[in-house]
Design a protein around this ligand. Structure first.
Ligand SMILES: NC(=O)C1=CN([C@@H]2O[C@H](COP(=O)(O)OP(=O)(O)OC[C@H]3O[C@@H](n4cnc5c(N)ncnc54)[C@H](OP(=O)(O)O)[C@@H]3O)[C@@H](O)[C@H]2O)C=CC1
Ligand SMILES: CC(=O)N[C@@H](CCC(=O)OP(=O)(O)O)C(=O)O
Length: 328
């Protein structure tokens, strides 16, 4: 199957190409960039040199010749081309935020009008597999909501309050230089940002509601001096206390058969470069602490996008995604 990546010069575009090298049925044939037309892909993704001969092309969605597209451009840019891809019948996973939320929630959260709204399944396969399977356009979740929601999902309907406290690596901000991610400001440092109003809170609330819960949700992200990974500590305040064994049994049952969810003490190192989400829980009665770890560029973006593609196209769900992490 021929794949095109729109926005292939960015971090998630590079990660899609890296992961798809190991896919049995999908091959990237087009990698677009507005600025790098004619330049070898390996010039901005040097880790792919010798593994791909592709050069970037500056072409629009109307000129793409592929069976499947990944949209790896910023929000508001994705909505400008999504309609063309749908009209042309090209199956698509959008990695941006443009189709993750209801229209009114999107417009309020992102502060822009949605120019081309339609409903799309929310591509968190562990929660919405049946909607993703067979869909022609899927909205890939945000990186923080992926780790946070997977940490809390089994207990959401027993909670009155969920507080997500996340620590992320800098690649979550994309590859464009900024003062926030400048080495001198991030290296040997640690800080919170958007303490109460990060745009991903809307996705977290949406998913908790879809799990049949009216729990209040709060979220504070922190920036770690690492390149990849998100560790989320979810403080789940329960309506009725639960013992450790009961909580563990609930998580075991909820994630039974889920290859990408592993039950072990979450660390960033163990999931780095992989599509795994490691989750563990500890109860102190009326508060359960659930911790998750993901790689923001893999389970938080490109790996989950490929997992969704696999479901949409009837491939094995783990095709291209069985690689182990790297330790130490
Ligand atoms: N980084 C992460 O951890 C995650 C990212 N995402 C989402 O995935 C998408 C891609 O993210 P990421 O790869 O990190 O971003 P990057 O900034 O690294 O790359 C995005 C690429 O899109 C192209 N681009 C930028 N602006 C526009 C525009 N207005 N129109 C068309 N193309 C544009 C640029 O390529 P060029 O200038 O060469 O055309 C750029 O290299 C974003 O929507 C992001 O929010 C989602 C989850 C996690
Ligand atoms: C470190 C850092 O800046 N992280 C980004 C993660 C956002 C992201 O990638 O999510 P979307 O897919 O919704 O754009 C942030 O906090 O905004």
């Amino acid at each position: 199957m021929d794949i095109a990546i729109i926005g292939a010069s960015g971090y998630t575009g590079g990660e899609l190409m890296r992961l798809l090298l190991n896919h049995s049925s999908a091959e990237v044939v087009t990698a677009t960039s507005r600025k790098l037309d004619g330049t070898p892909v390996a010039s901005v993704h040097p880790h792919l040199r010798g593994l791909t001969d592709l050069t970037f092309r500056n072409i629009g969605a109307g000129d793409i010749d592929a069976d499947f597209v990944f949209l790896a451009v910023p929000h508001t840019a994705a909505m400008k081309v999504a309609g063309t891809l749908v009209e042309r019948g090209i199956r698509t996973v959008d990695l941006s935020a443009d189709y993750r939320l209801a229209k009114d929630v999107y417009e309020k959260t992102y502060g822009v009008p949605h120019e081309a709204y339609f409903k799309a399944p929310y591509g968190l396969p562990e929660l919405h597999r049946d909607e993703v399977r067979g869909a022609s356009f899927v909205a890939n979740p945000g990186c923080f909501p992926t780790g946070a929601t997977l940490a809390a999902a089994p207990l959401a309907k027993y909670a009155h309050t969920i507080i997500y406290d996340s620590k992320t690596g800098v690649s979550g901000a994309g590859n464009a230089p900024s003062a926030t991610t400048h080495y001198g400001n991030v290296g040997d440092n640690f800080s919170a940002y958007k303490w109460t109003n990060h745009r991903h809170l809307a996705e977290m609330k949406q998913e908790v509601a879809r799990l049949g819960s009216d729990a209040r949700c709060y979220f504070t992200p922190h920036l770690l001096p690492v390149n990849r990974g998100i560790l989320t500590t979810a403080h789940i305040l329960l309506r009725e206390p639960m013992e450790q064994e009961e909580v563990e049994a609930l998580y075991r049952k909820f994630y039974e058969g889920e290859f990408f969810i592993r039950n072990q003490r979450p660390t960033l190192a163990a999931v780095r470069g992989t599509n795994f989400c490691d989750v563990a829980v500890e109860s102190e009665g009326d508060r359960v602490v659930a911790v998750s770890a993901i790689d923001n560029l893999v389970k938080g973006a490109s790996g989950q996008a490929i997992q969704n593609m696999n479901l949409m196209c009837g491939f094995a769900e783990d095709d291209g995604l069985r690689s182990a992490g790297m330790l130490p």
